[in-house]
Design a protein around this ligand. Sequence first.
Ligand code: TA6
Length: 289
Amino acid sequence: MNLPSSVTLIEEPAGYPILVIQHAAASGRIALNGAHVMEWTPAGETPVLYMSPQALLEPGKAIRGGVPVCWPWFGPHPTESDKPAHGFVRNLMWEVGEVTENLAGVTLQLHLRDSDASRAFWPHAFELMFEVKMGAQLSMALHIKNTGTEAWSMTGALHTYFCVTDVTQTAVIGLDDAFYVESRLSPERIEQSGPVYFDREVDRNYESKETVRLLDKAGGRTIVVEKSGSRATIVWNPWIEKSKRLSDLPDDAYPYFVCIEAANAAPDVVAVHPSKEHVLSQRLRVTRN
Ligand code: TA6
C-alpha cells in the first residue's frame, strides 16, 4: 500500500485497520471496515462528524457515528427481516486503492466488489469505489457499477452524523416545501413548512435534491451539505426513548448530533443496468455564523 506522508495505516484495536489523515488542511480517520469515515476535523475547527463514545470497533459491525455507507438497501431489508439494516457493505472490509495528497488535502479511494460474503446477502455482481477528498471541505462519492448481466435496483445513503452543540438550538434549512414521510410509520406525505427543528424523535425521508444547511446556533457554526445523485434527504435524531434502545449510544448523547443523509430511498429507487454506474455523492463544508 503506497501512502503519502499525511496518511498512515494503524490497527486500533488490533485487527481493525484505520487510515489516519494528518494534513495541514484537516485531520481525519477512515476505517477499512465499511470504508467508514469516522472523523473529519478541518484545520481551525472542532470535529464535524459525531462519533459515539460507545461505538463498536469490531470487524463486521457497523460504527455508530461518522458516515456509515448504507448500500444496496436503505433501512430494513424490504422483504427479509433477518438481513442487516442499511445493507451489508458497511460491515465488510474494503480494500485501499489510490491515495494521493496535494496542498488542498488528501484523496483516498477504497474498493469493494461482490464476493461470497456479499452474495450471502444479495445475489448480484457489483463494483463499488468510494472516493473521499478530505481537506477544508469533505467530499465523498460512492461510485456504484453493475458488473453483471442483468439490471438491478438499489437504495442507499451516506448516513452522516454531524456534531451539534445542542440539538434543541439546531435547525435544518433548505427543505421548506419538500414532502416527507415520518419514521416509516405512515405513508402519509407531509409538506415541510420552514426549517426542521428538534423537540422529539425525527426520522424523516424528504423528497429533495437540494443543498441543506445545518444551523448549530449554540455552536456558532453552519454545516453545508451539497449532494448529487440523490433525490432523498434523510433527517434523523433518535431523541430520548430510541437512544435508550441503542446499546452503542449513551442515553444522554442525543442532544449532540443530527444525521443528515444524502440518500436514494423510496420513492427514489435507482435501477442500474449492466456496465452502467450510479454515483451518490455529497460535499460538506463549515461556515462560522
Ligand atoms: O437514517 C435513519 C435510520 O433509518 C433510523 O431509523 C435509525 O434506525 C438509524 O437509521 C440508525 O440505523 P442503524 O442501523 O445504524 O442503527
